[in-house]
Design a protein around this ligand. Structure first.
Ligand code: UDX
Ligand code: UDX
Length: 475
């Protein structure tokens, strides 16, 4: 079966770049990316490529080649489903904020909605590909919905989880460590697996495309993310011990990472991991384990999240203690809002948590990020208040939108954010922070001036020499 027409539902951080790379490498296939969010589609179609809704190195170049040729962005979901032989589902699966599994389970309402829409609209056979990270056995749910119409249309459901990391999405898509395709055993299922295999094989070598059964494929994504997040929580747990003992976390990481069985990647200690996947997927894994009555396994993985929360908390406490036990009315500059460098994605970014905690202690916050806009920053801070209302109880205040607007200012120029501040916190590892004139920054700050590096961006000796009171994680 040769695919000529692909539809992808969800023009987000995964759907957008993935489809752009498929379209570029497969000029013989028409790829239409659809989204309910009309503004997002408008931005994807913007003449000016610097207005694409997602910032990702090299993405604009790929879009430039394929857009209008065989890559299209549209809000007409039904038409795109109708025309396609293969439909990727790449909608978001956030953590549930209500009812059963609140705060842990993956919310599959968007997935269900897509499946229902595909079932309603389809007049010809379709291959439906799960791209979103999903709890194991979701393919069965999708299949049940798709086949419920009994109108003679045949559906094959495949799992093809995306392993790209934001900030390196295009490079990861071009040159993946592996592509994973999971499918059923029937002849039709295997033909569907083969069809997707051939699409990737246009630019990915055969030996890098792994085929498995559906459930292994679904669970592999959660397993990979759990392993990666666990490494960060493991190294971060040692960062606290380093600070008590005079050991240096980067030296430890180098020594430990040199062991090829352990390896050097994902050993950078930080204020904690963020992003749309790690926290969500691990909470989801914990929930899944509890559902299958495996409490010990659930507790084990929950600890990875607990260490991540502990690390963010520890960072904030350290700021408050260092600033003589209060930050009330003090000006604190935050450099970096994205969850990591080279992306404008802010989901679960430690910066949100750290800022919110500082606001609870009545600090005045001045923020600069090279790629995140003010609107996004305010909306993140407002969302965490809503979450607090919904999920957490405890003694933390719910801040009003007005209070947030009063206490938080977002700057377009880093030096303005830093001027007259009591302290600076680096919360994203943007390369440009290394190039700032730190002597000038120091001169324009209130004394004693504090610098808290949550990402290991700056060199301790150089910063101490300038006169800062410098804190870097695990040192
Ligand atoms: C998503 C999932 O969160 C992640 O688990 C998975 O691995 C990949 O897909 P991402 O692409 O980063 O990640 O999400 P996001 O940037 O939020 O994009 C999802 C898009 O789907 C949004 O633009 C949203 O408007 C759209 N959407 C959502 C629909 O078009 N229809 C829906 O019913 C729901
Ligand atoms: C992750 C997985 O890497 C990817 O394979 C999966 O498909 C989606 O989830 P992503 O969330 O884009 O990708 O970013 P990643 O590079 O994994 O970083 C996640 C978080 O961990 C970031 O906040 C990052 O700053 C932090 N991190 C990463 C560390 O603190 N230390 C490290 O050594 C590595």
């Amino acid at each position: 079966m040769k695919i000529k027409n692909i539809c992808c539902i969800g023009a987000g951080y995964v759907g957008g770049p993935t489809m752009a790379v498929i379209a570029e490498n497969c000029p013989h296939i028409k790829v239409t990316v659809v989204d309910l969010n009309a503004q997002r589609i408008k931005d994807w179609n913007d003449e000016d490529l610097s207005n694409l809704p997602i910032y990702e190195p090299d993405l604009a170049g790929v879009v430039k080649i394929a857009r209008g040729r065989n890559l299209f962005f549209s809000t007409d979901v039904e038409k795109a489903i109708h025309e396609a032989e293969m439909i990727f589902i790449s909608v978001n699966t956030p953590t549930k904020t209500y009812g059963v599994g609140k705060g842990m389970a993956a919310d599959l309402k968007f997935i269900e909605l897509c499946a229902r829409q595909i079932a309603d609209v389809s007049k010809t056979d379709k291959i439906v590909v799960e791209k979103s990270t999903l709890p194991v056995r979701t393919a069965q749910t999708i299949n049940t919905i798709l086949t419920s119409k009994q109108n003679g249309v045949k559906f094959q459901v495949l799992s093809n989880p995306e392993f790209l990391a934001e900030g390196s999405a295009i490079a990861d898509l071009y040159n993946p460590d592996r592509v994973l395709i999971g499918g059923g055993d029937s002849k039709d299922d295997q033909l569907a697996v083969q069809a997707l295999f051939e699409i990737y094989n246009n630019w990915v070598a055969k030996d890098k495309i792994i085929t498995t059964n559906l459930w292994s494929s679904e669970l592999s994504k959660l397993t990979a993310n759990a392993f990666l997040a666990q490494r960060i929580s493991s190294i971060n747990s040692f960062s606290a011990l380093c600070e008590k003992t005079g050991s240096d976390i980067d030296e430890i990481a180098q020594a430990v990472g040199a062991d090829s069985r352990i390896g050097s990647k994902f050993l950078k200690s930080s204020v904690g991991f963020g992003g749309s996947c790690f926290q969500k997927d691990i909470l989801n894994l914990v929930y899944l384990c509890r559902q299958f009555n495996l409490p010990e396994v659930a507790d084990y993985w929950e600890q990875v999240i607990k260490i991540n929360d502990y690390q963010k908390n520890r960072f904030v406490k350290n700021i408050i203690y260092s600033l003589f036990n209060t930050v009330s009315g003090k000006k604190i500059a935050i450099l970096g809002w994205a969850f990591k460098k080279d992306t404008n994605d802010t989901r679960e970014s430690p910066a949100i948590y750290v800022t919110d905690q500082l606001l609870q202690d009545k600090a005045e916050i001045h923020i600069f990020d090279p790629k995140v806009c003010a609107k996004q920053i305010y909306s993140d801070l407002e969302d965490i208040q809503i979450q607090r209302k919904n999920i957490y109880s405890g003694g933390l205040q719910v801040l009003s939108i007005n209070a947030i607007r009063k206490m938080v200012k977002v700057h377009n120029n880093p030096y303005n954010a830093l001027k007259d501040s009591h302290a600076v916190c680096i919360l994203t590892e943007w390369e440009e922070f290394k190039t700032y004139d730190w002597k000038k920054v120091y001169k324009n700050m209130l004394k004693p001036a504090f610098l808290f590096d949550g990402r290991g961006v700056l060199l301790k000796e150089a910063i101490n020499e300038i006169g800062f009171n410098f804190y870097s994680i695990g040192k």
